[in-house]
Design a protein around this ligand. Structure first.
Ligand code: HEC
Ligand code: HEC
Length: 347
């Protein structure tokens, strides 16, 4: 390669000339740049030896790296020989260990405390509500809606205020199974499955029609008292009193928290509250086994092994804190045993 100088100055050229006067400069990159390039090429070698990466085709694995000074974390299920070696999982575990150190004291307390005690502790319940939000989004929101607002059936003609399509709204103070922190905790631990028998074989179409009209009347302005005095629904009132309805919904029709039977005297409908909808519920029941039955199953998360006891406590506090939770009644007088004395009117 001959050294030539171009007319513009003394910059060296490669010596090649095209089209008579077109020449290539041989400008060297600056020294600092060349040093940087060399250093990074060397760094690649250092990096490769420290970190895992180079595949070892014959062994069907990869070179695990020589490891990093200061990293000696042992992960269960790994070879102790690899303790000092870096992996993404180990980095995560180390970060988590830092978090656990902060959470540790809280989590330890939660293990032994009752949900009610957690709720009473302002700092703990604040902590719990935060992790509860994540647990709720992961496990519950699919049925109960984000933050318990319910999942809505778009385009449905619900005659009354809409309830959740899949599951009850948890934001309100209307509870099937009771809204104290303990009943909520019990619901989440064991799951729930309200059962109402189908009446298509025990009541005539006329009787179902009558009783449905009576039920609808009870939910309207004036409530049960007005419906009872209304001659237009007297036939239905008779069916209600004489058939099996009161056994589950109570003589006052306000439902029994012990069995999750709905309060029939309010405007909150778990299922379709139109006359046709009510007839459907009465005819085919709820979780009755009839193919047309309404389905209402709150899964048992403990049996499914999906939630730990602490996680369930967190969720109970979180759900209670939606605002609809009921504070336990102060020292109630001794209550007789049996479902008839179950805390009524909580629906
Ligand atoms: C597969 C859908 C589904 C999932 C998932 C689900 N639930 Fe439910 N949940 C229901 C249904 C349905 C009911 C009503 C049961 C009934 O009517 O008998 C219910 C009832 C409840 C109740 C009682 C409401 C009342 O009025 O007494 C609470 C509290 C509750 N769920 C909390 C939760 C929490 C917390 C989670 C997440 C861990 C969860 N649910 C996950 C379907 C679900
Ligand atoms: C074996 C107990 C049982 C009997 C008997 C029973 N119910 Fe029910 N009923 C329930 C339960 C439990 C629910 C709530 C289901 C749920 O939400 O999971 C319910 C729900 C309802 C609903 C729906 C309420 C809503 O909010 O959508 C209506 C309406 C109703 N019952 C009417 C009646 C009438 C009328 C009778 C008598 C002909 C009757 N039930 C007999 C247990 C019973």
């Amino acid at each position: 390669m001959s050294e030539k100088h171009n007319s513009a100055g003394d910059v060296k050229t490669t010596g090649h000339v095209w089209d008579d006067d077109l020449e290539d400069f041989t400008n060297q990159p600056p020294r600092w740049w060349m040093l940087g390039l060399t250093a990074s090429a060397l760094w690649v070698v250092v990096y490769w030896t420290m970190y895992p990466g180079i595949p070892v085709a014959l062994a069907g694995t990869h070179f695990k790296g020589l490891g990093l000074p200061g990293l000696s974390l042992h992960l269960p299920g790994t070879d102790p020989k690899d303790d000092g070696k870096w992996s993404a999982i180990k980095e995560l575990a180390q970060d988590q260990a830092v978090l656990d150190e902060v959470r540790g004291p809280y989590e330890a307390k939660l293990k032994t405390m009752t949900p009610a005690a957690i709720l009473a502790d302002a700092q703990l319940s604040e902590y719990v509500a935060r992790s509860g939000k994540v647990l709720f989004a992961d496990n519950c929101a699919a049925c109960h809606g984000q933050n318990g607002v319910g999942t809505r059936q778009t385009g449905a003609k619900f005659a009354q205020r809409e309830q959740g399509l899949m599951a009850p709204i948890l934001l309100d103070d209307d509870w099937l199974y009771g809204g104290t922190i303990d009943t909520i905790h019990e619901t989440i631990s064991g799951g729930r499955q309200g059962m109402m028998v189908a009446h298509k074989d025990t009541l005539s179409v006329q009787q179902i029609d009558d009783v449905a009209k009576y039920v609808k009347a009870m939910s309207e302005e004036g409530g049960k008292e007005k419906a009872d005095a209304d001659p237009a629904v007297a036939a239905g009132m008779k069916v209600f009193a004489e058939s099996d309805c009161t056994a589950c919904h109570g003589a006052d029709a306000k439902g029994m928290a012990a069995m999750g039977s709905a309060n029939l005297t309010d405007k909150v409908w778990r299922f379709d509250g139109s006359l046709e909808g009510i007839k459907q519920t009465i005819t085919y029941g709820v979780n009755s086994g009839d193919p047309s039955s309404r389905v209402a199953i709150m899964p048992n998360f403990v049996a499914a092994g999906k939630l730990s006891p602490v996680e369930i406590k967190k969720l109970a506090v979180y759900v209670f804190k939606f605002g609809g939770g009921k504070v336990d009644a102060p020292a109630a007088p001794a209550v007789a045993e049996g479902p008839a004395a179950a805390p009524a009117a909580t629906n």
